[in-house]
Design a protein around this ligand. Structure first.
Ligand code: GDP
Length: 321
């Protein structure tokens, strides 16, 4: 068989295989940032309350998906994590428990579940690798989310061992792209800063960024995550999760520069040091992904931001914000 390569020119390879089972793939969180970037499958949006066992089981029983890409989660940036700790824990632990248990009961053949790099221990030897998830407590600012997500890894492995199911999980770094939540208070750094810049530009006000600007982050464009998710559904079968990241760090200051250029913003940029920096850095090692897909081309942050900013401006009236 020809070696699999999910880059654009070979994308038909993925589609060829998935055309047969398009209506058999269920994507939870299908309207969100990740789910909406996956080109195939039935997109399950927020109309089903996956926190409630009976509703989740009934949905699976009625629709009988054979494959599940599980992206649904209660998510948000630093601000929302700090202000909604109880909700972050409850919503996520319930959603994950119900989705995996419903998949098991209703004979779903494969589940690809989404974890996140922010579930790793706060104090850990960098770079992050897949075997370090449980080696210490997560950062104080997001421990409810982190522990709930860590349990998704535990549940996945336990189900593999007891029931022999080919369920796997993936760990993307910070994702950005179209269909994100552009909330000023609760969004992640890229969508929030885009929204703030847009308002500063329109209202001729200062552009206020949280923290010192010194923290480093890695970002992955949502379309890359969409491609890699379909690859994982078809080809990734290990019990240990796999990191999805270009493994390239950028400082918040440099990110701000990129955004300011993209918006052609000429006003004043202020770093508000009374606001939190969060974790200083969390670099990843993507060797495992590279070993499977040595030729995968990640979208550059410049291109990804350009596309997202254009989409954001064109769709401003209708976006989540
Ligand atoms: P994190 O990667 O889990 O910490 O989540 P975020 O996407 O919220 O990124 C937070 C980083 O961006 C921190 O270093 C923040 O200080 C910085 N940042 C700068 N401005 C903002 C902002 O307006 N909103 C958010 N959420 N983060 C910001």
């Amino acid at each position: 068989m020809k070696k699999f390569n999910p880059n654009e020119k070979n994308i038909h390879l993925i589609h060829e295989k998935l055309i047969i089972m398009d209506d058999k793939i269920l994507i939870t969180g299908g309207k969100g940032l990740v789910g909406s970037s996956i080109e195939k499958g039935i997109k399950l949006g927020s109309e089903i309350d996956l926190r409630i066992p009976e509703i989740t089981y009934n949905y699976f029983n009625y629709n009988k998906p054979e494959y599940v890409i599980h992206c649904a989660a209660m998510v948000g940036g630093l601000g929302r994590n700090i202000n909604y700790k109880g909700k972050f824990y409850y919503d996520n632990i319930m959603i994950n428990t119900n989705v995996l248990e419903s998949s098991r009961i209703h004979d779903v053949k494969k589940v690809v579940s989404f974890l996140s790099t922010c579930i790793f221990p706060d104090e850990v030897n960098y770079p992050l690798t897949e075997d370090k998830i449980h080696l210490g407590p997560p950062h104080e600012s997001n421990y409810p989310y982190a522990y709930a997500k860590r349990m998704l890894d535990v549940q996945t492995r336990a189900y593999r061992e007891q029931y022999g199911l080919n369920y796997v999980s993936v760990i993307p770094t910070n994702i950005y792209g179209i269909n994100d939540n552009f909330s000023l208070e609760n969004g992640h750094v890229i969508p929030t800063l885009m929204h703030k810049l847009y308002l500063s530009q329109t209202n001729k006000t200062d552009f206020v960024v949280w923290g010192s600007g010194k923290p480093l982050r890695e970002f992955i464009y949502s379309k890359d995550v969409g491609k890699l998710s379909l690859w994982a559904l078809n080809h990734y079968d290990e019990d240990i999760p796999i990191i999805f990241s270009p493994s390239q760090e950028i400082s918040i200051i440099d990110l701000v520069d990129l955004l300011v250029k993209e918006f052609n913003f000429k006003g004043k940029v202020i770093f508000d040091k009374t606001k939190p920096d969060g974790q200083f850095r969390k670099p990843t090692d993507n060797s495992k992904l590279k070993s499977y897909l040595p030729d995968f081309k990640f979208t550059s942050i410049e291109d990804g931001i350009k596309e997202t900013v254009n989409w954001f401006i064109q769709n401003y009236d209708n976006i989540r914000k």
